[in-house]
Write a protein that binds this ligand. Structure first.
Ligand SMILES: [Zn+2]
Length: 207
C-alpha cells in the first residue's frame, strides 16, 4: 500500500531584521505589494515587506536586471497585478530569501494533500512518499506530526521500535530538505494510530 503526501506552504515565511523605526529586531512579512521598475528593457522586481509592528518597509529583490524577454508574460502580468498567490509563492522561496541575506523567522504552516494507491500485496507495511514540489522551511518531523497526529516523542519511539523504517531522526529533524521526494515505510498501526480513517471495506477487496 502506498500513501503520498504532497506538502505545500500556506501563509508567509517571516523574516527577521532590525527595524530602524522600532529600533529592535522585528519580524517582517510581505505587504502584498510588488514593485516593478523597468529601464531599457531591464526589470528590477521587489516584494515589499513590512515590519509586523510598524509600517517600516523593506524591499526584497525577486529579480534584478532581468531582461524583459527572459520573464514569462504570465508571471510578469501577475507581478504587475500584485497577485496574492504570487506574493505567497515567492515569500516561501528559500533560495530567493538567501540571495537577499534574509534571516528566516519561524516557518509557514503547510497544507498536506493525501493520495492513496492500494495494491495487492499483503502485509502490515505502508510505503509513505512525501513530495515537496517547492522547498520551503519545514521538517519531515513536523509533517509526520501533523499528518499522523502523533507527538515528536511518539514518532521517536516508533522509529526506535522499527514501526517507522527507512528514515533517521536526524533526517526527520533537518529543515534543509534537498530532495523533493522522500520515501519510507511505516506500519499500518502507526498510520492509523490517531486517525479516524476507515478503509476496511476497500482493503478486504484488494488484499
Ligand atoms: Zn518596526
Amino acid at each position: 500500500m502506498n500513501v503520498t503526501w504532497t506538502v505545500t506552504p500556506v501563509g508567509y515565511q517571516r523574516i527577521a531584521k532590525r527595524c530602524p523605526a522600532c529600533n529592535i529586531k522585528r519580524d517582517f512579512t510581505p505587504s502584498g505589494a510588488i514593485r516593478v521598475n523597468s529601464q531599457k528593457k531591464l526589470l528590477d522586481i521587489w516584494s515589499i515587506y513590512k515590519c509586523t509592528h510598524c509600517d517600516y518597509t523593506w524591499n526584497i529583490s525577486l529579480f534584478s536586471r532581468l531582461h524583459v524577454s527572459k520573464i514569462k508574460p504570465e508571471l510578469y502580468y501577475r507581478l504587475m497585478m500584485n497577485d496574492a498567490d504570487t506574493v505567497q509563492h515567492f515569500s516561501c522561496d528559500i533560495a530567493m530569501l538567501k540571495r537577499n541575506n534574509a534571516e528566516l523567522s519561524g516557518r509557514p504552516d503547510c497544507r498536506i494533500q493525501e493520495r492513496w494507491s492500494l495494491c495487492l500485496t499483503r502485509g502490515n507495511q505502508v510505503t509513505v512518499h512525501i513530495r515537496i514540489p517547492r522547498p520551503f522551511q519545514i521538517s519531515l518531523l513536523s509533517i509526520l506530526q501533523k499528518q499522523l497526529m502523533l507527538s515528536a516523542g511518539e514518532i521517536r519511539r516508533r522509529i526506535a521500535s522499527g514501526q517507522i523504517r527507512g528514515v533517521t531522526l536526524k533526517m526527520l529533524k533537518s529543515r534543509k530538505l534537498k530532495d523533493l521526494e522522500y520515501s519510507f515505510k511505516m506500519s499500518k498501526e502507526t498510520l492509523y494510530a490517531r486517525r479516524r480513517i476507515i478503509l476496511t471495506h476497500r482493503e478486504k477487496q484488494t488484499s
